[in-house]
Design a protein around this ligand. Structure first.
Ligand SMILES: Cc1cc2nc3c(=O)[nH]c(=O)nc-3n(C[C@H](O)[C@H](O)[C@H](O)COP(=O)(O)O)c2cc1C
Length: 155
């Protein structure tokens, strides 16, 4: 899905108390989109901002890094947390944890091409195993009431 398509899907969307009117959002960037960065982006007009990618295995161990990356901001817009992983049950548990921590939307990372991610069959590697990708989507959607989005590569 192109960024433009995701933007138009997100624009005009209501998530809990949040309404996304403008198709301007901040893409998830590992090592970049931490809470201060997301807060500045929101102040500059981004209505939807996404956390850094969080490894689901780390998330369910509730490591300090996970808790920090999943932290909700000022409440000025929906809190979107991006999860990466391969195991549907672990992804589902991680999604539950993140919504308990305040995530309004769970985004699944099916696009990261980094070797340290794809060699664990996560990120864009899932586009070679659509049955596994579908099992993850089904498990996460069943686990949380929050909307679930996917960021993927089409080629
Ligand atoms: C430093 C950096 C880190 C990124 N980390 C993530 C990530 O954690 N999850 C993700 O889905 N995409 C990640 N991306 C990809 C971006 O979200 C985005 O899709 C990509 O930069 C293309 O957008 P652009 O054409 O506006 O640059 C990252 C990109 C950069 C430059």
């Amino acid at each position: 899905m192109t960024a433009q398509k995701i933007s138009s899907t997100l624009s005009g969307l209501s998530v809990g108390p949040h309404r996304i009117e403008t198709p301007v959002y901040l893409a998830p960037m590992s090592g970049v989109t931490d809470l201060p960065f997301r807060t500045v982006a929101q102040e500059l007009g981004a209505q939807a901002v996404v956390s850094e990618m969080i490894a689901s295995g780390e998330a369910i161990r509730e490591t300090r890094g996970t808790l920090k990356r999943a932290r909700a901001g000022t409440g000025a817009g929906p809190h979107i947390v991006q999860l990466a992983g391969h195991d549907p049950a672990i992804m589902a548990e991680a999604a539950r944890l993140c919504t308990d921590l305040g995530a309004d939307i769970i985004d699944l990372n099916f696009g990261c091409p980094a070797k340290k991610v794809t060699r664990k069959l996560c990120g864009s590697a899932l586009m070679r195993d659509l049955d596994q990708a579908l099992a993850i989507v089904e498990a996460v959607v069943a686990a949380v009431d929050a909307p679930v989005t996917i960021k993927m590569r089409t080629g």
